[in-house]
Design a protein around this ligand. Structure first.
Ligand SMILES: CC(C)(COP(=O)(O)OP(=O)(O)OC[C@H]1O[C@@H](n2cnc3c(N)ncnc32)[C@H](O)[C@@H]1OP(=O)(O)O)[C@@H](O)C(=O)NCCC(=O)NCCS
Length: 163
C-alpha cells in the first residue's frame, strides 16, 4: 500500500532490519542516494531467498519501484521483509521500507519493493524449491497478491521477448 507506515504482523518467514543512514549514503547534502538503498534492498532480499532456498539463488526480477518520500542522513531505515509466495523454483520477496526521523519522531513510508528470486543448480538452471504454505490471514493475502503480480509479470515478460 502506498504511503502506509503500518507494519503488519511478522509472518513465518520474515526479517526486520534496521539501519542508520550515514553521510556516505548521501548524494547531495543530506539526501540518501537511491542506488544505495537499492543495494541494501537487494542484499536483504538475497539473504531472505538464500535462507529459504538453502542454496544458490539468482534475482530474476525487481518490480518497478517508486520512492514516495526522501530519506535523510540520520534517519533510521526499517526494512520489513517477507516471503510472499513460492512457485516451483521461484519465490517472491517483498520489502517495505520506512524512514524514521528519531529527532522529530516521524515515520515515512519510503517504498515497497517486490523481487523474484529463483533457486538454481550449479549450472544456473532452475531447481525445485521447497513450498511454503501461508497460514495467517496476512500471509494468505500476500500470497494471493503475489500470485497476481506473478501472472502480470510473466505476461509482460513473454510479451517483451516474443516480438
Ligand atoms: C531466472 C532464470 C534462472 C530463469 O530461467 P529460465 O530458464 O527462464 O527458467 P523458467 O522459464 O523455467 O522459469 C523458472 C522460474 O523463474 C520464473 N521467472 C523466469 N523469468 C522471470 C522473470 N523475468 N521475472 C520473474 N520470474 C521469472 C518463472 O516464473 C519460473 O517460476 P516457477 O518455477 O516458480 O514457476 C534465468 O532467466 C536467469 O538465469 N536469469 C539471469 C539471472 C541473473 O543473473 N540475475 C542477476 C543479474 S545481475
Amino acid at each position: 500500500m502506498v504511503r502506509d507506515t503500518n507494519l503488519e504482523d511478522i509472518g513465518q518467514l520474515s526479517l526486520r532490519v534496521y539501519r542508520l543512514v550515514f553521510p556516505e549514503d548521501a548524494i547531495y547534502g543530506n539526501l540518501m542516494y537511491g542506488g544505495k538503498l537499492l543495494l541494501i534492498l537487494d542484499e536483504i532480499i538475497a539473504i531472505m531467498a538464500i535462507k529459504f532456498a538453502k542454496g544458490a539463488i539468482v534475482t530474476a526480477s525487481l518490480d518497478a519501484l517508486d520512492f514516495y518520500h526522501p530519506i535523510c542522513v540520520g534517519n533510521i531505515l526499517v526494512l520489513a521483509t517477507s516471503l510472499n509466495y513460492t512457485g516451483r523454483s521461484s519465490m517472491e520477496i517483498g520489502v517495505k521500507v520506512l524512514a524514521e526521523d528519531p529527532v522529530n519522531n516521524t515515520v515515512q513510508h519510503t517504498c515497497t519493493a517486490f523481487s523474484t528470486c529463483v533457486k538454481v543448480d550449479e549450472h544456473g538452471k532452475p531447481r525445485l524449491l521447497a513450498s511454503f504454505t501461508p497460514v495467517t490471514d496476512v500471509e494468505k493475502r500476500r500470497w494471493a497478491e503475489a500470485e497476481q503480480r506473478k501472472q502480470h509479470r510473466m505476461k509482460v515478460f513473454v510479451g517483451l521477448y516474443s516480438c
